[in-house]
Design a protein around this ligand. Structure first.
Ligand code: AMP
Length: 114
């Protein structure tokens, strides 16, 4: 897999506004926010799309969701509510082929999404 933009952010070749990091996960503010809080939560392991997740990755995927909830609590909008989104492939709106969870909070979300 070619290094993606997000691999370069993990390796600090490209700077991002990092809000959380542990051994397996990195979270940073989206450069083009769609809500007052818009954080991207990514695994350090490069996995191109949701279709490429393997059984051995299940704990890692759970960690992404756990991190989203932890950040929402820390940022104060967990009780009010928030949205997490993972886009898959072109029709799903994916533009960076390193899986990522969007954490959107701080405003009322619409349904259905566009
Ligand atoms: P997706 O369209 O689901 O693949 O999401 C990719 C996200 O990456 C978009 O919301 C972009 O705004 C965001 N993005 C692109 N480049 C950067 C960057 N250098 N730093 C932070 N976020 C970025």
């Amino acid at each position: 897999m070619e290094p993606t933009l997000f691999s370069k952010i993990i390796d600090r070749e490209i700077l991002a506004d990092i809000v959380y990091e542990d051994d397996e996960v990195l979270a940073f503010n989206d450069i083009d926010p769609k809500a007052p809080t818009h954080i991207l939560i990514i695994p350090k392991k490069p996995i191109a799309t949701l279709n490429d997740i393997e059984e051995g990755d299940l704990a890692l995927i759970g960690r992404l969701q756990y991190t989203a909830a932890k950040l929402a609590k820390e940022l104060g909008f967990a009780e009010e509510g928030y949205r997490v989104v993972m886009n898959c492939n072109e029709a799903g709106g994916q533009s960076v082929y390193h899986i990522h969870m969007h954490l959107l909070g701080g405003r009322r979300m619409q349904w259905p999404p566009g």
